[in-house]
Design a protein around this ligand. Structure first.
Ligand code: PEP
Ligand code: MG
Length: 305
């Protein structure tokens, strides 16, 4: 079985009827790069940048961040590297942030909400990312978006950072793609409006399932209720895919559901452009795609409600 998969290295992710999909890797640490390359990923679809903050006892500096982002970008040698800005809070805590104890941390002060409150932290990360963009194919995406106002505010901070770097004569990629994660029902339901403001969407099905079905993804007692196959999730994926494409933007999935081979055909039929999965799933997913055929207008997913 392993050898069979190895024969898929270097092959395209193309269906029997000729549709190509991008298959990228999720990573949570720069030490995962070896696995990304070994499994022939087309790029990195989700680089969870939290580890940079969680493994330290104080805020990582711009230089520290820059050298890691640069290393990842250079290692991928021109392939796309989508780095997600800080998604801390809720389940992921770092003492030096001094985050208050909360009744509902999953609904609380986290991710982009921290970044838009603590612009010093946000700008340090954005400066490091933009500086690293001169050394490879970096895109940036923002987690936990719920409103258009947040996206506008993010773009204002990005514009400030670019202006600063320009003044300082520091090179960066002027056309760097900016995307958002769709992981709240609010963002999905205004995805037509958000699509005009960003270059791409990446659906975080782990949180989207949690927030859509109101079931805590962290509570083991609820495991039997937590169901990313819920029809509501597939309907939202289709809705968001249509809105992305209406405005000429691409859409991927980077939550765990992306690697669920029982849904690969449904994703292809919806027009999902990219799937980002853990490195070990890249080749099995490529195999599945190469055995698939697109059916137009397939909305009969026959899944439990
Ligand atoms: C998600 O929510 O699906 C996601 C990819 O982000 P994380 O699992 O890091 O919250
Ligand atoms: Mg998430």
């Amino acid at each position: 079985k392993k050898e069979l998969l190895l024969t898929l290295k270097g092959k395209e992710n193309v269906t029997l009827d000729g549709k190509t999909i991008h298959i990228y890797a999720n990573i949570g640490n720069s030490s995962d790069i070896g696995a990304v390359l070994k499994n022939d990923a087309g790029g990195i679809g989700l680089f969870r940048s939290e580890f940079l903050y969680l493994e330290k006892s104080d805020y990582p500096t711009e230089e520290e961040q820059f050298s890691i982002y640069k290393y990842v970008a250079e290692s991928l040698a021109g392939k796309k590297v989508i780095i997600r800005t800080l998604d801390i809070g809720a389940d992921k805590q770092a003492a030096y942030f001094n985050l208050p104890k909360e009744e509902n941390p999953a609904l609380g002060y986290r991710a982009i909400r921290i970044c838009l409150t603590r612009k010093d932290i946000f700008k340090t990360q954005l400066r490091a990312l933009y500086r690293a963009s001169a050394f490879g194919n970096i895109s940036i995406m923002f987690p936990m978006i719920t409103s258009l106002g947040e996206v506008i505010e993010i773009k204002e901070v990005v514009a400030e950072v670019k202006e600063e770097l320009k003044k300082e004569g520091i090179p960066y990629n002027e056309n760097l793609e900016l995307g958002i994660m769709l992981e709240t029902p609010a963002a999905v339901l205004i995805s037509d409006i958000l699509a005009k403001e960003v270059d791409f969407f990446s659906v975080g099905t782990n949180d989207l399932t949690q927030y859509t079905t109101a079931i805590d993804r962290q509570n083991p007692k609820l495991d039997k209720f937590y169901d990313p196959h819920h029809l509501s999730i597939l309907r939202m994926l289709k809705f968001a895919a249509d809105n992305a494409h209406k405005y000429g933007k691409w859409i991927g999935i980077c939550g765990e559901l992306a690697g669920d081979l029982t849904l690969t055909e449904a994703f292809l039929n919806m027009g999902i452009d990219e799937l980002s999965v853990s490195p070990a799933l890249i080749l099995p997913l490529r195999k599945k795609v190469r055995e698939s055929r697109i059916k137009a207008a397939d909305t009969d997913w026959n899944l439990p409600v």
